[in-house]
Ligand binder design. Structure first.
Ligand SMILES: Nc1ncnc2c1ncn2[C@@H]1O[C@H](COP(=O)(O)OP(=O)(O)OP(=O)(O)O)[C@@H](O)[C@H]1O
Ligand SMILES: [Mg+2]
Length: 252
């Protein structure tokens, strides 16, 4: 079982769009996928059309109920092979405590490895204990970023944290890549920021981006991954290609 975390502390950087659509692509390839929503905004459930009942078990219970079994909170979605560990919309992010291994412990239960091939973790836009938990549990980290002048500095700060986590908490964590989202190749600023990221982190780590496509936003509002909402759209094409490329990287 591989664990992939999608993160960028910047809000609106495409984390949830990437998490939901990649999860759907890998599920369509036959992988049994568990999407974990650590962001109390609860957007993964929205993007997948999953209803969360008041009082039901959630991903955030891991931080308040150490003996909870994660499978009690897992919900099937209507998409074959895709399950969701939903967020608790009432969870206060500062109440996740100081133990950065809660999620790693919860995911290390052998029943999880038996039931899932891939775990994808969507994170909140913050550098806090929730993010440390995601990074401590993961094998891979994927960083979506937007073509905005401040974006590069945010990515740099995040990479500093990643190196700290790799050296002190989780030696098996590897950077899968940086993914420019909402791109248009002909805009100079987009090229500049990708050049900055390439120069700093190496061309191998810079993945082919996800183009701007209103269908991705519409799909989200329609509570569906784009491959079901608009299968012929640019967004669907880009996510299919991304999943294909990441599959081979994750296998290596
Ligand atoms: N490639 C794209 N083309 C067009 N719209 C996009 C694209 N990617 C994301 N969006 C839209 O941009 C907005 C922000 O995306 P998203 O919610 O995925 O970001 P996020 O990083 O998860 O945000 P937050 O930090 O609040 O969790 C959403 O309205 C989404 O539909
Ligand atoms: Mg989000």
């Amino acid at each position: 079982m591989s664990i992939l975390v999608i993160t960028n502390r910047k809000g609106g950087a495409g984390k949830t769009t990437v998490s939901v659509n990649l999860a759907a692509e890998f599920a369509a390839k036959g992988q049994r996928v568990l999407l974990v929503d650590l962001d109390s905004q609860g957007h993964c459930a929205v993007g997948l059309g999953v209803k969360i009942e008041a009082g039901q078990a959630t991903a955030h219970d891991i931080f308040t109920q150490p003996n909870m079994h994660i499978l009690d909170a897992v919900q099937q979605t209507t998409i074959p092979n895709l399950s969701l560990l939903p967020a608790n919309p009432a969870f206060q992010h500062h109440s996740s405590g100081h133990d950065e291994k809660c999620l790693a412990r919860a995911l290390s239960h052998e029943s999880i490895a038996l039931q899932f091939d891939l775990v994808i973790i969507d994170t909140p836009p913050s550098l806090d204990n929730l993010l440390l938990n995601a990074l401590s549990a993961a094998h891979w980290v994927l960083v979506p970023y937007v073509p905005h002048p401040l974006s590069f500095e945010g990515v740099r700060q995040l990479v500093r944290l990643l190196f700290k986590v790799i050296s002190k908490i989780n030696r098996s964590l590897k950077i899968l890549g940086f993914l420019l989202v909402m791109t248009a190749n002909n805009i100079r600023q987009h090229k500049q920021i990708t050049e900055q990221v390439t120069k700093q982190f190496g061309a191998l780590r810079v993945l082919t981006g996800i183009r701007t496509d209103i269908k991705l936003a519409e799909a989200f509002a329609a509570n569906k991954p784009v491959r079901f909402y608009a299968p012929k759209s640019r967004g669907a094409e880009d996510f299919a290609e991304l999943a294909e490329m990441l599959s081979s990287l994750i296998k290596k």
